[in-house]
Design a protein around this ligand. Structure first.
Ligand code: EPU
Length: 429
């Protein structure tokens, strides 16, 4: 298993290109199941989760072609996927595949909407909490599908097609909103989704679906209206930039010191996080081509932050902010309200010398003068990258084990940081 070796203490300077968003790419790829025509996606990041979803879709009979290199293109440009679900040969998503990636459960929506049936394994538990799918099932059921649970599988049936309905989510859910929106595109009549998630990835998927002929309005607000159509067509869509990757590198430079340009980053996708960075003492300067982030000399000020659905501070940046606050001058508080158990990074940060106390959903971080390198490992993607951030400012060598978590969601992380002066390398095997 690969590991990453970091020697802390180097400032960062230069440009980091921001990739396409993982959490938009995955539902966009799944949306290809809604049409027999080809969906072409540009700016797709090279990530382990994308490869895994290619396999999962392949099992349903989807053909995916990855465009070869084009002149003038470098690894900094995303890939282009041509996805064709002309013939869906299997409407079952098996446990072996769904259990590896929770978002693959979302295939239930396009499968039942287009094929009238789907049999999808329940995703099971996960390192960041129980993460149920009850609200996703509720949404499909509201649209008229008959649901049975059989041997760990959710079996959805709608032989005569889905029917538009009102779906009011009791809790904001990104996956629930994607599921409801995708399924409703092919339903008969109008669907209104209340208390919808407002994450930018929802609006990006809605944009693409509209290019495919769907009639969706209000995506990006908490009320989405979908007028069902009989058929969707192919389209071409470029994935929006990854706001979590953006925030992660912004925190990395705040931690290590230096001056970085985050190319292609869009400030409006992570304003709450940028505001917090400014509060810590970092300089944040948006331009029309990206965001410049710098911290020179001065220490970090502590903050009090609560995660919540967009547009609030994202749970997917909580671990990274906590890493940053381990070196603040004073005591910070971070409250996690989205997932009940997303603190797996705390004990690993402690191995580097961080002082963090946990009490229910709240972490209290007492800033320390210095961190010291150690062997660490983490059990989820964002927790792993928080260890990289801490290591950039830790004295001596840190080895981050189980790098495959990082590869699920960060494209060429070590290369992007090394190019900016970080002492970071991948150790194979
Ligand atoms: N929830 C339920 N019932 C459901 C669905 C969700 O109770 O049926 C709860 C969850 O347990 C959680 C809350 O609702 O407490 C929000 O979960 P949500 O459904 O919004 O999360 P998700 O769709 O499973 C996506 C991202 C996550 C990100 C969350 C929150 C993708 C592929 N995943 O997950 O990303 O943390 O939204 O923004 O888009 C990551 O990228 O590392 C990651 C975990």
């Amino acid at each position: 298993m690969d590991r990453i070796r970091i020697v802390g203490g180097q400032r960062l300077s230069g440009t980091i290109p921001i990739s396409g968003a993982k959490n938009a790419t995955l539902p966009l790829m799944i949306a290809s199941l809604l049409t027999e025509e080809t969906l072409t996606l540009d700016n797709v990041p090279r990530l382990a989760d994308v490869v895994l979803l290619q396999r999962i879709l392949g099992n349903h009979g989807v053909d995916i072609m990855v465009s070869g290199k084009r002149s003038g293109m470098t690894a900094d440009h995303g890939q282009t996927l041509h996805i064709s679900a002309a013939n869906i040969v299997d409407t079952t998503a098996p446990y072996e595949l769904v259990s590896k990636m929770r978002a693959s459960f979302w295939v239930i929506a396009p499968l039942v909407a287009r094929m009238g049936q789907a049999r999808v394994s329940m995703p099971g538990g996960c390192a960041i909490g129980t993460r149920p799918v009850d609200l996703l099932i509720m949404a499909i059921e509201r649209l008229g599908a008959k649901i049975d649970i059989d041997g760990g599988y959710v079996v959805a049936q709608a032989p005569k097609g889905l029917k538009g309905a009102e779906i009011a989510f009791p809790k904001v859910t990104v996956g629930g909103t994607h599921t409801a929106m995708m399924a409703a595109t092919l339903a008969d009549g109008t669907t209104v989704i209340e208390n919808a998630a407002r994450e930018p990835e929802i609006a990006d998927v809605a944009d693409c679906l509209n290019k495919m002929g769907a009639r969706i309005s209000g995506a990006g607000t908490s009320r989405i209206v979908v007028e069902g159509v009989a058929k969707l067509n192919g389209a071409r869509h470029a994935v929006l930039p990854d706001r979590i990757e953006t925030g992660t590198y912004a925190m990395a430079v705040a931690m290590a010191g230096g001056d970085i340009f985050l190319q292609n980053a869009r400030p409006e996708l992570l304003q709450a996080a940028l505001d917090v960075l400014v509060e810590t003492g970092a300089t944040v300067a948006p331009t029309n081509r990206g965001i410049r982030v710098a911290r020179n000399g001065a220490g970090l000020a502590p903050v009090d932050v609560t995660t919540a659905p967009f547009p609030a501070f994202p749970t997917d940046l909580q671990a990274q902010l906590m890493a940053l606050m381990t070196r603040a001058h004073g005591t910070s508080r971070i409250t996690e309200t989205v997932f009940e158990n997303r603190f797996m990074h705390v004990q690993e940060l402690a191995r580097l010398g961080a002082r963090i106390q946990l009490e229910g959903e709240r972490a209290t971080i007492e800033g320390v003068e210095r961190l010291k390198g150690a062997q660490v490992m983490a059990t989820d993607l964002r927790a792993s990258v928080s260890l990289v951030i801490a290591a950039l400012a830790a004295e001596g060598e840190t080895i981050v084990n189980r790098v495959y978590h990082l590869d699920r969601g960060f494209e060429r992380l070590e290369e992007k940081l090394a190019r900016c002066g970080a002492a970071i390398e991948r150790l194979s095997g």
